[in-house]
Design a protein around this ligand. Structure first.
Ligand code: OGA
Ligand code: ZN
Ligand code: ZN
Length: 400
C-alpha cells in the first residue's frame, strides 16, 4: 500500500499511459482523460474562478500523452497528442493521489459514539463561536465528526433559534414556518406538540429532501421530565450490519414511505431507513415511527423487512447507545438530522412550563464554513477532535 508521505520521483509514459514513481517506490498510473480533465491552464479553466471553460465533448476523441516529464519542483509537465500542454504541481499530485489509503483518508471523518459521550459533549459557547473563528472551527469540527453539537449561552429571547440557524447556515422554511414551537398545546398537529415521550427519531423524513440539520433551542424547562435523548444512528446501523447483514441489506435497499398530513399539507417521501454510499459506508439514517406510513414492497419482502425494522428499533433502544441529558434554558442542540436521532422523555405540563423552539437548516452551509475556516486556521491539537489521521477515516473509532 502506498505511503501517504510519498512524493513524486519520476514520470514516464508506459504503453501510452503516464506512470508516476513515488519516492517510496510505488508506481501509479494516471488515466489519460482523468488527467487532461484536471488541466489547470488558463485555456481550460477561468483564471479568476477556476471553473472549466470547455465541455467534456470538446476533448479530442483520440487522446494520449506525447511527452511527460518532471520539471522544476517536481512539477509534472505533459504534452498531449493534440499539442495541448499541461502542468501539475507536486502538491496537486499528492492531494490527488489515487492510492487506496489516500482515497480513504479523504473520505468524511466519522467518529461513532455511545452514551458515555456524556462526559465529553461537543459544547460550544455561542458568544465565542460567533466572534472567535478558532472557537467556531473547533465546534464545527466536532459537530462534523460526531453529527451533533450543543451551544450554550444562547439568549432565551423567543425567535433566537432562527438567528442561530441563519448564522450557521440558512433557515429552511417549511409548512411549520421559519421556526416551530415545541410545547404542549390543545389539538396538536404533531405529537411533538404534546407532553408525551418521543422515541428517538429523525425529523420530517416525509420531505424531499429531509432536513439536513435540526436546531432545538430551550427557552424554558421547568416541567418535570422532558429529558433529551440522543442516539448515534450511524453507530446503531453499524451494530445492525455486524449482527445481521441480511437485515442491514433490507433496510438499505427497500424504502419506507413516510407521510405527514394536516388540513393544508400532504407530504410523502420514500426513503430507506439506512443509506450507504458507493463503498458501503453509512451516510444516512431516517427513522421515525410516527410518520412511517406503509411499505410499498412485494409481500415476500415485507415480513423480512419488518423483522429488520423491529431489530433496528430494538438496537436504537439499547441503553448503552443512549445519551440522556437535560436541555437547559439557553442551550441549543444542533443535530445532523440524518445521523443523530433525538427524542425526549414524557413531561408533566401541569407542574411547570417546557418550551423549545426549533428550525431546520441545510448541512452544506456548515460544511462550507468549516472548509473556509480551515483555509486560514490550524487548530491546536487539544482542540482538534481528530488530531492526526493515522488510519483510514472510515475505520470508525468509537468516542467515549
Ligand atoms: C421535535 C422533537 C423533542 C423535544 O420537536 O421534533 O423531537 O425535546 N422534540 O421536545
Ligand atoms: Zn489546459
Ligand atoms: Zn423531532
Amino acid at each position: 500500500m502506498q505511503n501517504l508521505n510519498s512524493e513524486v520521483r519520476s514520470a514516464a509514459i508506459i504503453n501510452g499511459v503516464i506512470q508516476l514513481t513515488w519516492t517510496l517506490g510505488q508506481v501509479s498510473a494516471l488515466g489519460t482523460y482523468w488527467l487532461r480533465d484536471n488541466c489547470p491552464c488558463s485555456l481550460c479553466r477561468h483564471p479568476g474562478n477556476g471553473q472549466k471553460l470547455y465541455e467534456i465533448v470538446d476533448l479530442p476523441r483520440e487522446l494520449s500523452p506525447r511527452e511527460a516529464f518532471l520539471a522544476e519542483n517536481q512539477t509534472l509537465k505533459v504534452v498531449w497528442s493534440d499539442g495541448h500542454r499541461s502542468a501539475y504541481t507536486q502538491d496537486w499530485l499528492i492531494a490527488h493521489n489515487l492510492c487506496e489509503q489516500a482515497r480513504a483518508a479523504r473520505r468524511p471523518q466519522v467518529q461513532l459514539w455511545r452514551g458515555e459521550i456524556a462526559g465529553n459533549l461537543p459544547v460550544g459557547d455561542w458568544p465565542a463561536v460567533v466572534t472567535d473563528p478558532v472557537a467556531e472551527l473547533a465546534w464545527l469540527e466536532r459537530f462534523s465528526v460526531l453529527g451533533f453539537g450543543l451551544l450554550k449561552n444562547v439568549p432565551t429571547e423567543p425567535g433566537t433559534v432562527a438567528d442561530v440557524g441563519d448564522r450557521l447556515g440558512f433557515v429552511r422554511v417549511t409548512n411549520y414556518g421559519r421556526l416551530f414551537d415545541v410545547k404542549s398545546v390543545p389539538n396538536p398537529t404533531n405529537l411533538a406538540y404534546t407532553a408525551v415521550g418521543l422515541g428517538v427519531h429523525s425529523d420530517n423524513p416525509y420531505r424531499h429532501p429531509s432536513p439536513g440539520v435540526q436546531l432545538l433551542h430551550c427557552l424554558e424547562s421547568e416541567a418535570p421530565g422532558g429529558d433529551t435523548l440522543l442516539v448515534d444512528g450511524f453507530a446503531a446501523a453499524e451494530i445492525l450490519r455486524q449482527e445481521d447483514t441480511v437485515a442491514f441489506e433490507l433496510l438499505t435497499t427497500v424504502p419506507m414511505t413516510f407521510h405527514y398530513a394536516d388540513a393544508q399539507t400532504d407530504l410523502f417521501a420514500q426513503q430507506t431507513l439506512i443509506s450507504v454510499d458507493h463503498v458501503g459506508a453509512v451516510t444516512g439514517v431516517h427513522f421515525n415511527n410516527r410518520s412511517a406510513d406503509w411499505l410499498d414492497a412485494p409481500a415476500e419482502v415485507t415480513e423480512d423487512w419488518y423483522a429488520a425494522y423491529i431489530q433496528f428499533g430494538r438496537i436504537l433502544k439499547r441503553p448503552e447507545l443512549e445519551l440522556v441529558f437535560r436541555l437547559e434554558p439557553g442551550q441549543c442542540l444542533v443535530m445532523q438530522n440524518d445521523r443523530t436521532l433525538h427524542g425526549r422523555t414524557a413531561f408533566d405540563p401541569n407542574l411547570g412550563r417546557r418550551h423549545l423552539q426549533g428550525c431546520y437548516i441545510d448541512r452544506d452551509a456548515m460544511e462550507s464554513r468549516r472548509t473556509v475556516l480551515r483555509r486560514s486556521i490550524t487548530l491546536p491539537n487539544h482542540l482538534s477532535s481528530h488530531p492526526a489521521l493515522s488510519e483510514p477515516a472510515r475505520a470508525m473509532s468509537v468516542a467515549a
